[in-house]
Design a binder for this molecule. Structure first.
Ligand code: G3P
Ligand code: CA
Length: 298
C-alpha cells in the first residue's frame, strides 16, 4: 500500500482545460491547448490512447469517427495512419459544436514545425492533404508544449482503455514522462503532472512504478464502498463528475475530511461553477476555461 498524499490547505481552485479550450477549438488539438494556455488555464486535461505501433496519442473516443474524417479504432491504426487524418474540420460541421472559424492557419504552422521531428506521418502537405489543416496530437508534442511554456502549466493525463493493454499504456506513459523529467516532482515543488483514470488498477500501476506522481480516481457514480469519502488505496485525489456533486454536495466535504483533494468534471454551467467554488473544490475541469476564470474573477 502506498500512502495518499497529504491534503494541502488553502490552495485556490485550479481551472483545468478539458481536452484543451475545447469549447472554442477542436478538442485535443495543439491549437486547443495553446488557446487554453493563452486563456490562462492552470492545467490541461488530456486523454491518451495507444496506437498499434505504441505511440500515445491524445484522442478521447476509442474510434476516430467522431473527431476526424477517418473511421476505425485508434488501437488498430499506426501513428502515420492517424497523422493523415483531419482532426479539425469536424467541429464546424457538428451542430452541437459551432466553430467560429476554421483553424487551418494554426494547423499549417504546427504541421510545418513538426515536419522535422518525424511526427509528420504520411501527410505530404500537398493541396487537400488533411494533415495541413489539423492533425492528431501525440502526448510527446503536448509535453513539449508544456515544457516550452514560460509559466507553470500542470497536466492531468487520463489513461483510456487501460485494461485492454494490460499495463502498456502506463508503461509507455511513464517512460515518456521520465524522458521529460515529469515522472516525479522537481525538488521542493509539487508534481506538474498527475494521472487520472476510471480504472483503479491503472492508477495502482502508476503509483507502484512512480510513487511521486499524484493520481486521480475518476467517478461517474459513487460505489457504495467509497461513499464515506475513502478512495482506492494510495489514491490522493477524487475526480467525481459534476452530476455526483450536484446530487450530493456534501460528498465534497466528506472527501476533504478523508484527506483527499477534489477535482470535478466537466463544469461548464455558471451555476455549477458557483456551486463548486462554494464547496471549495480543488479543481474545476472545464471545456471553457476562459469563462470559468472570468467568473472566478481571475
Ligand atoms: O476529466 C475527467 C473527464 O474527462 C472524464 O470523462 O469522458 O471526458 O474523459 P471523459
Ligand atoms: Ca478525459
Amino acid at each position: 500500500r502506498v500512502a495518499p498524499e497529504p491534503y494541502p490547505e488553502g490552495r485556490p481552485v485550479q481551472v483545468v482545460a478539458h481536452r484543451g479550450a475545447s469549447e472554442d477549438v477542436p478538442e485535443h488539438t495543439l491549437a486547443a491547448y495553446r488557446k487554453a494556455i493563452e486563456d490562462g488555464a492552470d492545467a490541461l486535461e488530456c486523454d491518451v490512447r495507444l496506437t498499434a505501433d505504441g505511440e500515445l496519442v491524445c484522442v478521447h473516443d476509442w474510434r476516430v469517427n467522431r473527431t476526424s474524417n477517418g473511421r476505425g479504432a485508434v488501437s488498430s491504426m499506426e501513428l502515420a495512419d492517424l497523422a493523415a487524418l483531419d482532426f479539425g474540420s469536424w467541429k464546424g460541421q457538428n451542430a452541437d459544436h459551432e466553430a467560429p472559424e476554421r483553424f487551418d492557419g494554426e494547423f499549417d504552422r504546427e504541421f510545418d514545425e513538426d515536419a522535422d521531428r518525424g511526427l509528420r506521418g504520411s501527410g505530404r502537405g500537398g493541396p487537400g492533404d488533411p494533415g495541413e489543416r489539423s492533425r492528431v496530437l501525440t502526448l510527446r508534442r503536448l509535453l513539449e508544449l508544456v515544457a516550452d511554456t514560460d509559466r507553470r502549466v500542470e497536466l492531468a493525463i487520463e489513461t483510456k482503455h487501460p485494461t485492454r493493454w494490460a499495463g502498456q499504456v502506463e508503461e509507455r506513459l511513464l517512460e515518456l514522462l521520465g524522458r521529460y523529467g515529469l515522472d516525479r516532482p522537481a525538488p521542493g515543488t509539487s508534481s506538474q503532472v498527475r494521472v487520472m483514470s476510471f480504472s483503479a488498477r491503472s492508477l495502482r500501476r502508476v503509483r507502484l512504478a512512480a510513487p511521486g506522481l499524484p493520481t486521480v480516481y475518476l467517478m461517474q457514480y459513487v460505489s457504495p464502498r467509497y461513499r464515506d469519502g475513502r478512495l482506492p488505496a494510495g489514491v490522493g485525489i477524487a475526480g467525481p463528475s459534476m452530476r455526483i456533486v450536484r446530487a450530493n454536495p456534501g460528498y465534497v466535504a466528506r472527501l476533504h475530511r478523508a484527506g483527499h483533494r477534489v477535482h470535478v468534471w466537466t463544469v461548464d454551467r455558471p451555476e455549477d461553477v458557483e456551486l463548486c467554488a462554494r464547496l471549495g473544490v480543488d479543481a474545476i475541469i472545464t471545456n471553457r476555461p476562459r469563462h470559468v476564470l472570468a467568473q472566478l474573477g481571475r
